[in-house]
Design a protein around this ligand. Structure first.
Ligand SMILES: O=C(O)[C@@H](CO)OP(=O)(O)O
Length: 400
């Protein structure tokens, strides 16, 4: 038996008036999901435990079968693992976004125009992060470049007690009310403010502005924590396997639990990603002997944060056609298999950020066909009247 998790990040949503009160998942053309739904178990699963912020960190941990209540220490330390940064005891790792702020004089009065600085390229970003590291980082603090707008800062023997806000939660809002607060926030705030003065007129940003692109004119620190410790997936669930993803968060979770990370050429973490390449890579891994693949697609979530309905629908349709379609036809040549399709959390277009509500899932077992509802979306999954309250129980059910 082979096991495939197909996770469309942020795929769930609310009914949208311009779609005739249907959700993007309901509206999108998804023949493969719908065909599979006819023979699958549908249900809802709570991936964000009460009291936790509905981040992809918490939600993906749940889906992969690790209870955030036991294992979650913050988002950035998971990304640090994937970036090859070994956190020592006492190190606090922070996510460091490159963002676009508006140009009011006072830092506090500026608005969060773009949490991802126009999806800045990794090459441009690396230069800005290098400048920040060399000019701004005080003794005991290091900045590390990552992919596009996602970077990292490590505060050696620092404190992680601050209350920080993800920048994708405050689209277009004045940042004054969302700056870091609490013990250790002054140091963070100083670096954020000084980064704005330092890189606003950096040649890279001047060129970006000239080309009509959003400048990366500040850092934004959040998602802090210490190195997590998690038991190996094989020891907990008895199978070995791999993660396919474009983003360091899910790759870091995989590494933390001993899953292999498989990089796919052209995997970008947005609508331009190599959907087919990811599906083909999953099939290759399974055909070469692995039993488990977690295939993570970031594109619907990014479209959700950007409030881009058309792209969100496109992403869902690409997942259906280029990923699920490819997997269903490829698996005919392989073993019996189980496949679960789900989002980690909703990223409603109307909110442009995540919510903690339960998400729909569809569980197919080629060796035990079920007769279920005809289509897969939030409403049909809810109507199936099967609810998993503790996210990690889905993995237990899946691998049973
Ligand atoms: O990486 C990030 O900064 C966020 C937003 O893109 O990702 P996610 O919404 O999946 O947490």
């Amino acid at each position: 038996m082979k096991y495939i998790v197909l996770l469309g990040d942020g795929m769930a949503d609310y009914p949208i008036p311009s779609l005739g009160n249907r959700t993007p998942l309901q509206y999108a053309s998804t023949p493969n999901m719908d065909k599979l739904a006819e023979v699958s178990q549908l249900g809802m699963v709570t991936t964000v435990p009460a009291g936790f912020s509905p981040g992809s960190d918490v939600a993906n941990l749940s889906v992969i079968g690790y209870d955030p209540k036991t294992y979650y220490t913050g988002r950035s330390p998971l990304e640090a693992i994937s970036m090859g940064i070994d956190l020592l005891p006492g190190d606090i790792s922070f996510r460091c976004n490159l963002v676009t702020l508006s140009d009011e004089e006072n830092y506090q009065d500026k608005r969060m125009l773009d949490y991802c600085a126009g999806e800045i390229s990794s090459e441009e970003a690396a230069e800005l992060i290098k400048t920040i590291n060399e000019t701004l980082a005080p003794e005991g603090i290091n900045f590390y470049p990552g992919i596009s707008y996602r970077h990292l800062m490590v505060w050696h023997n620092g404190t992680g007690e601050q209350h920080c806000t993800p920048p994708h939660d405050i689209a277009d809002k004045t940042i004054g009310n969302y700056l870091p607060q609490g013990n250790g926030s002054e140091e963070l705030l100083n670096m954020m403010l000084n980064s704005n003065k330092l890189i606003e007129e950096h040649p890279i940003n001047l060129l970006r502005k000239e080309r009509g692109k959003n400048p990366a004119n500040s850092i934004w620190l959040w998602g802090q924590g210490t190195k997590p410790k998690m038991p190996a997936f094989k020891d907990v669930y008895g199978v070995e396997g791999a993660m396919i993803s474009a983003v360091d968060l899910t790759k870091g979770i995989a590494q933390a639990v001993g899953l292999q990370v498989v990089d796919v050429h052209g995997a970008t973490g947005n609508i331009h990603t190599n959907f087919t390449g990811k599906a083909k890579a999953a099939l290759k891994i399974l055909s070469e002997g692995s039993d488990f693949v977690y295939l993570h697609i970031e594109a619907p979530d990014e479209a959700g944060h950007q409030g881009d309905l058309e792209t969100k629908i496109q992403a869902i349709e690409a997942i259906d056609r280029l990923v699920l379609g490819e997997i269903i036809s490829g698996m005919k040549e392989l073993d019996d298999y189980k496949l679960v399709v789900l989002p980690d959390h909703p990223t409603p277009i109307s909110l442009r950020t995540h919510t903690a509500e339960p998400v729909p899932f569809m569980l197919f077992n080629s060796a035990a066909i079920k007769n279920g509802p005809r289509i897969f979306h939030e409403k049909s999954a809810l109507a199936a009247n099967f609810h998993i309250d503790q996210g990690p129980d889905l993995m237990k059910l899946f691998l049973r």
